[in-house]
Ligand binder design. Sequence first.
Ligand code: NAP
Ligand code: MG
Length: 485
Amino acid sequence: MSKTYLNYINGEWITSQSNETMVSKNPANYTEEVGQVQSSTSDDVNKAVTAAKNALKGWKNTSPLERGEYLRKAADLLEERIDDIATTATLEMGKTLAETKGEVARGVAILRYYAQEGYRKIGDNIPSAASNNLLYTTRVPVGVVGVVSPWNFPIAIPIWKMAPALVYGNTVILKPASETAITAVKIMEAFAEAGFPSGVVNIVTGRGSRVGNSLIENTDVNAITFTGSNEVGKNIAVNCIQRGAKYQLEMGGKNPVIVLDDADLDLAATLTVSGSMKHTGQKCTATSRVYIHESVYDEFKEKVLAQVSKIKIGPGLAEDTYMGPLSSKSQLDTVLSYVEKGKEEGASLIFGGKTPTDEAFKDGYYVEPTVFENVKNSMSIAQEEIFGPVLCLIKVSNLEEGLEQANDNAFGLSASVFTNNLGKSFTFVNEIDAGLIKVNGESAGVELQAPFGGMKASSSHSREQGEAAKEFFTSIKTVTITPVQ
Ligand code: NAP
Ligand code: MG
């Protein structure tokens, strides 16, 4: 039997009151069990919330520099365990070891960035109409923070939420995605060993509909930071509004790229392919639609197909794999159903679209890199988030037409344009509906010290990462001090 991992509540590793566990399976070989985690109940959540609430008073009154020291220790421990944590993440959700190692390194860098936060300013001195008054702002923690995270970035996302929450003096309960809950427990082991006082950081694993929901509904949880699907996100927003809690949602994307007639086509093809196929397309910022100027369409398409045809599919642990399996059966079913929908709605499938038939892939959730052309902007494959390695090629006659179609979508997370024309680059930056914009870069990814987040249905319009995280994880107090003469 595989190893069973525990919840971490109030400084102790404990089993759930349910006495039930959930199995985590390897999507590269679904007969293989990676391990088991606690299938927790609302009682476990309530216990963690009480612990976090009790720990808050002491924690928020520590020096921010001292809080930063704990983050630094957690970073060092994660760095030592990079191989184990990356391997676990690859086994749980399928992406390649290079990708999961990169994610651990990112997590370490995020912790080190926020470890310095105590040195940065948290308020403003504002001129007062009364000449003697001192009018200023300061910031205080929001309180008990519930972190609900997805499986696609099982290391970086929990850390980019927990690190700023903790350094600003909040206490945390992490509810990770079930598919990658062991990875999350291993991250929590590093936090636990870093010596945070009991109750400051906690993890409760279990089903979203039970554990996630109890966290969201608990009136002692002052804020929820969530990354995941729009469906769950909307429910969180409604719930938090009703009980006056703060919330932050990062959700889906349907990220466009525009390739203009003067673009470096080799660069555009390379970054379009990596943007759409790396992580097996399971990034919220992945490229999914490309609007290509008609005069370079054929040449660009050939370059994309030449690269896609070289993509090596395989288990994430194999060194030469470019694209691992999808994370689960439901991901595979969704991707294949969109391929069918694309064909039914009249798009032309020009590459992939199937599960590979090779015997080596029979027990995994593999899908081929997939490219459609003759895609109309109104088709489901051009409008809805697929969350898999599926790319739509769409011909346009100029930048304006590309922008109009790129913006004709519910989402607004990331976008890029390939051109050397400065004026057109600025037009793109001004007009595109996206929170993350690249000129001659991949739509996916942004540096950790910069704000991350989307427009329209992609986000609740706040931003994560860097200095921007301060807005969510603190509340402003405006103070007026009047000296009495
Ligand atoms: P998901 O189903 O919404 O799950 C996200 C988290 O919510 C998981 O921890 C899940 O737990 C939990 N959850 C599920 N039902 C819940 C409920 N009723 N109440 C409270 N929590 C609940 O999303 P996913 O499938 O894991 O992730 C894929 C989605 O995330 C995609 O749409 C993608 O675009 C989005 N994403 C967005 C960003 C961004 O920054 N914009 C980044 C990465 C991913 P269980 O695992 O136990 O169900
Ligand atoms: Mg799994």
